[in-house]
Design a protein around this ligand. Structure first.
Ligand code: SAH
Ligand code: AVI
Length: 322
């Protein structure tokens, strides 16, 4: 796919975000083959409730959702291993002409998942799309017939408000009146539950966080010592978001050959590697409205830990000047 707009390379993002504090990197760089596998392991930890909560919702409501929307296409943003999407695919078992478009930035996860899905769903056409959704959505294939866009896992929470609105707006603009978005968002809840979810007892989230340093070492010929950085997850209540940091254990220097740059860390200095925003029904309704979408359906468990939303593009009145 040729992107609608150019996105920065890792070298550019690293030069912009890492050389001087406050240091930060976009979370998409977690997801090389190893990072995707670590994310999948996070999903199976006791502490990380979002996956099993959303999975239970999809297991229960996939049939109802597919019946309501009746799409011919399912196009999933940040599809990963598509593990929860299987409920949607199974709900249209054998449906003639059904096409699944998993869209992800990680080639390995798309290839592996594509192969397994082809075996498990022989009746389904599967067209994986490798790309970066922050490059815009204009260049996505334009499926004819209704399309269910799927954005699960709470991944929208990894975007700042402005970026989230941009992405959802781009989606709203390309949606036909028959299309719908199935959006999974994580909800505001007890700090203890949130903190455990992002600092699991098995240390998988810590390994996932440090993986970005392995990516930098490989791609930018760096000499980060990942074990010299601690994983820290903090819930910022005012911003209703988890912030994930890597914290330098000691004063240290890191050289990135590709950038010909030396990063100097004082002990305790941080790199912000991810934000994960948590929503109330009100905040997500507002976000969708600002992007030109309205909520048409809502599924949540009794504890309201997570929400699955069906959103429709809002119709605009266009007055033609004649
Ligand atoms: N939807 C899955 C996976 C969530 S993990 C679930 O709910 O479990 C986030 C996924 O988004 C990863 O597979 C990652 O590779 C993908 N991703 C992250 N940033 C991306 C980007 N900018 N463009 C496309 N995919 C991206
Ligand atoms: C992909 N995304 C929604 C996950 C989240 O919960 O924000 C990524 C993650 N980071 C740490 N654990 C999981």
């Amino acid at each position: 796919m040729r992107p609608a707009r150019r996105v920065k390379t890792l070298a550019e993002d690293a030069r912009e975000g890492l050389i001087e504090p406050p240091r930060t990197l976009p979370p998409k760089y977690f997801y090389d083959a190893r990072g995707s596998a670590l994310f999948d392991r996070i999903c199976d930890t006791e502490d990380y409730y979002p996956t099993r909560t959303e999975d239970a919702l999809l297991a229960r409501y996939a049939g109802e959702i597919m019946c309501k929307v009746q799409p011919r296409h399912i196009l999933e943003l940040g599809s990963g291993t598509s593990r929860k999407t299987r409920h949607l695919l199974s709900a249209c078992e054998g449906q003639e002409g059904m096409i699944y478009w998993p869209f992800d930035v990680c080639r390995e996860v798309l290839e592996e998942t594509g192969e397994v899905l082809m075996t498990d769903y022989p009746w389904l056409e599967i067209n994986p799309l490798l790309g970066d959704y922050s490059a815009g959505l204009d260049h996505l294939p334009c499926p004819d017939g209704g399309c269910l866009y799927v954005f699960l896992g709470g991944t929208l929470g990894n975007f700042e408000e402005r970026e989230a609105i941009t992405l959802l707006r781009e989606l709203a603009v390309r949606m036909s009146p028959l299309d719908r978005l199935l959006l999974g968002v994580d909800r505001v809840k007890s700090v203890h539950v949130l903190h455990a979810a992002y600092d699991d007892g098995e240390g998988i989230t810590a390994a996932f966080n440090r993986n970005v340093l392995h990516v930098l070492n490989r791609e930018l010929r760096g000499d980060f010592q990942p074990d010299a950085f601690a994983h820290r997850a903090v819930y910022n209540e005012d911003a209703a978001r988890i912030e994930m940091y890597l914290v330098a254990d000691t004063q240290q220097q890191v050289h990135l050959d590709e950038l010909d740059a030396t990063l100097r860390f004082a002990a305790g200095e941080t790199i912000l590697t991810e934000i994960s925003r948590k929503f109330t029904l009100e905040s997500v309704t507002q976000l969708l409205a600002r992007a030109g979408m309205a909520i048409e359906g809502h599924y949540a468990p009794e504890n309201e830990y997570f929400s699955l939303l069906i959103a429709a593009p809002q119709r605009n009145v266009h007055v033609a000047v004649i």
